[in-house]
Design a binder for this molecule. Structure first.
Ligand code: ARG
Length: 577
């Protein structure tokens, strides 16, 4: 498709006698209208004509000189010039690269590390606190951006900015001193939460405990071995649980660099800011006056508290400088909850005051909260529901559905557990990623887990259907054949399916451009739908061996694309359901 985009842009440049870039090409909402669309609105003022008149003229000009079109056909559709790729070219340019890829899909893939260096920071949960939905949203999106970025040739670097520093670790230490005896032999995050809560109750009664906690944090800052050992233990306990989740979510970070990672950078940073008079004293604390990118004044950013300690923002400023120093990144994306908008504006504001050359290439991609229909969860704010709780209700629902459909038959309970866990995860991840990440999400279990409609299970099901078709055909000695496909695929629904496949690279690029998984998610739904139509209209395995093998190539290509697309979204592919 990208090749066709170029051809169309060149043809338009010639017809209009001005430069038309490939980025001006759009995708028509319905593939039957064409594969590419060029909107004429922008030209209207300059040419003093209505957009539909311009599109008519341009289309006529192009059709007078078909040599410009390199085999594409062009026609005016309202204010657009639409281009259609003919079947033979589609099979050549779309089906062939998919068919010719082995297990690793090559279609739409851009040479490894051939593009910019892009740091994505995501997930960043807090040590000694459960993994909340609040952290799941940026985890799913960040990981998707990372995977798609890699596929499209960016040099991606992923960082998990673990919340592993701050006064709460002084409190946790004192909590261990006071209530450590209550902990089980192999404590989990929940146990740490329990003693932390107890500590807060104790502080209510005796305020001096708070001073003791502050003292403990000071000792941690000074690398006291006893406090440090306790802190490390808390991190280990937390990471053990987080890693389980990450492996389930197929998330791998290049660097797990928590806030503590930047501790060593702070003294120089503070000194430097003071020397340049950027950091100024205000009521005993030290602050930086900051503006947003447009020069609008923001509340000042506190970097040093009255008691001399650094804060969350201090470590973020240090982290950004450190990462630039390490990677010389071209861009850096922070996928973090929307409540932290001001925080990032302030951090970027400090970087701007420091004339950091990269500040305009940093961005905060905000994620919204969850709203639950389920009564049990709706009473708590989105932030305070854990990912495990959500997955476990989804799993129960999947099991119920599978029993209703009879698809649990013949499965051992372990198999049922494994499959339903994959479906539940797919349902939750897809539901999260297929809508605008900045908006709040309405979590309605029945809709999320539905096996039909725009859902994860629907896509997973389409994938298993391809798998079982391939298995069946293999038993009958049939193999997908690209050669036969090129000869025999002529039906509308066959060509329409290939046409949809052709949108894959564009969907990936749009995902990166928008930093939303929505275009990829929608692409997969379109693909599954179009496959459904093909499957309804065309009998795949028939007496006609040549045609069967031609159609099998389509089934196999659909399977490969669904497999890769779901992997990029972070959705597991059960082999049966
Ligand atoms: N740990 C933080 C929290 O839970 C999120 C960190 C986001 N990243 C950052 N660079 N500040 O709120």
């Amino acid at each position: 498709m990208e090749a066709f985009q170029k051809i169309a842009a060149q043809a338009l440049s010639a017809a209009l006698e001005r430069d038309v870039s490939v980025t001006e090409m759009e995708t028509p909402p319905d593939p039957t209208m064409g594969d590419l669309a060029f909107p004429c609105f922008k030209l209207s003022k300059e040419l003093r004509k209505a957009p539909p008149a311009i599109s008519q003229e341009v289309a006529a000009k192009l059709n007078e000189k078909p040599e410009l079109l390199g085999g594409l056909s062009a026609r005016a559709v309202g204010p657009y010039v639409n281009f259609t790729v003919p079947a033979n070219l589609l099979l050549d340019q779309v089906l062939s690269p998919i068919a010719n890829s082995g297990d690793e899909l090559q279609f739409g893939r851009v040479a490894k590390d051939s593009r910019e260096t892009w740091v994505v920071e995501y997930s960043s949960p807090n040590v000694a606190k459960p993994f909340m939905i609040y952290h799941f949203r940026p985890t799913g999106l960040g990981a998707c951006i990372e995977r798609v970025g890699r596929y499209r040739g960016y040099k991606m670097i992923s960082i998990n900015h673990l919340g592993d520093w701050g006064t709460q670790f002084g409190k946790l230490f004192v909590a261990h001193e006071l209530f450590g005896a209550d902990l089980p032999a192999d404590p989990q995050i929940d146990d740490l939460v329990k003693i932390y809560v107890k500590l807060h109750e104790a502080i209510e009664k005796d305020a001096t405990i708070e001073d003791r906690a502050r003292e403990a944090f000071k000792r941690l800052e000074q690398k006291d071995p006893v406090v440090t050992a306790n802190w490390k233990k808390c991190i280990d306990i937390s990471m053990k649980e987080f890693k389980k989740l990450y492996s389930r979510l197929d998330v791998n970070f290049d660097h797990i660099w928590g806030e503590s990672h930047y501790e060593g950078e702070l003294p120089t940073l503070i000194a430097n800011l003071k020397k340049q008079n950027i950091l100024i004293e205000s009521e005993g604390a030290w602050i930086v006056n900051v503006t947003d990118a447009k020069g609008q004044e923001l509340p000042p950013c506190i970097l040093v508290k009255k008691d001399g300690s650094s804060i969350y923002a201090t470590r973020d400023v240090a982290a950004a400088l450190y990462r630039f120093d390490q990677f010389k990144f071209d861009r850096m994306t922070y996928v973090v909850g929307g409540e932290q908008k001001l925080h990032f504006q302030q951090v970027f504001g400090v970087l701007r005051r420091l004339n950091a050359p990269f500040v305009d290439r940093c961005e905060h991609v905000p994620t919204g909260l969850y709203r639950f229909k389920d009564a049990k969860m709706s009473t708590r704010k989105g932030n305070f529901v854990t990912l495990n709780e959500v997955l476990s209700v989804a799993e129960d629902r999947v099991k119920t559905l599978m029993r209703e459909r009879g698809s649990d038959e013949g499965l051992s309970s372990e198999q049922l557990d494994e499959i339903s866990s994959k479906i539940a995860l797919g349902a939750v991840v897809f539901h999260d990623l297929h809508s605008d990440p900045a908006r709040d999400v309405e979590f309605d279990l029945e809709r999320v887990v539905d096996f039909e409609g725009e859902t994860g299970p629907y896509l997973q099901y389409a994938h298993t259907r391809c798998l079982s078709l391939m298995r069946k055909a293999e038993k009958e000695g049939l193999k997908p054949s690209l050669e036969n496909a090129k000869k025999r695929l002529t039906q509308d629904s066959e060509i329409a399916l290939v046409r949809v496949m052709g949108q894959f690279p564009k969907a990936l690029e749009r995902t990166l451009d928008t930093r939303k998984a929505v275009p990829l998610a929608h692409f997969l739904v379109e693909l599954a739908r179009s496959f459904g139509t093909f499957y309804r209209d065309c009998q795949v395995v028939s007496e006609d061996r040549e045609l069967s093998e031609a159609r099998l190539e389509l089934v196999d290509a659909t399977r490969k694309l669904l497999n890769e697309g779901l992997r990029l979204l972070g959705i597991p592919r059960p082999t049966q359901m």
